[in-house]
Design a protein around this ligand. Sequence first.
Ligand code: HSE
Length: 308
Amino acid sequence: MKRKVKVRVPATSANLGPGFDSIGLALQIYNELTLSVAAGLQPTVEVVGEGAASLPRDGSHLSLRAADSLFKAAGLKPPTWNLHQSNRIPPGSGLGSSAAAIVGGLYAANTFLPDPFSRERLLELAIELEGHPDNVAPALYGGMVISCRGCGRWHTFHDAPFPGLRLLLALPELTLSTSEARRVLPEQVPRSDAVFNTGRAAALTAALLTGNEEPLSWATEDRLHQPYRCPLIPGAEAALAAARRAGASGAAISGAGPSIIAFWFERGEADLRAGNVAAALEDAFTGAGIRCRVISTTVDNNGVTLLI
Ligand code: HSE
């Protein structure tokens, strides 16, 4: 059996406005996981970088739970693991840190199996652990991914967005758990809100694939989750509006929040938008008494990758 493996797994931004629990994008912000089989009976976990102060250092670490679940799904007894994690994805920020932990753990552990699972099977296992597909699917495949459940299984459509998609992320200094951000959502919505979202989710997908910038402003509007979540994130509503005014074509809560994602297509000319949008995002959160940091990134089109 192989003794050591290192994988790189991207951050993700889910929903992008109207694609609640369905659409996600992989980002060029990465965690690296090194997994090896330990000689002793107790797993060891080292974490450096984002989340180093808070993430568990024992077998309850999400990557090790994912690795164990993969072995069990293969009908094998999991070995004892050594995990080293070097993190750039801030936990609890709406950038898919738990999806990265799950996908990284599954993908790394899969290389130890005598008969490894396909990516499709890894996706099924990842969704079981995460509970929804829109972060784990882009972490696995890269690019933009649409996930749907039908005929008793998960289906994905994945492709690279049109080149030049520029992304800014505003990370307010707030904690908001996904479970809390899901608890505020209504079980049922009016038909008019459902119709509002279906057209926009389709238009958003088409715009991202074709590079048609015009629809992005209205196609990132949403009535299924953002109106209920904005009150939990002081400054979010102002930040969404300010980012658009400053030149972002689309702006949305990233995943369950609290981060905000703003994006547009760069056209080769000197683009002043990045500076203007970053300043607008910072000012909006500062105006609500919340400090925030802004990260500039673009799309990852590879998904989880084997480094060693
Ligand atoms: N679609 C999920 C939600 C993403 O919005 O709750 C969580 O990261």
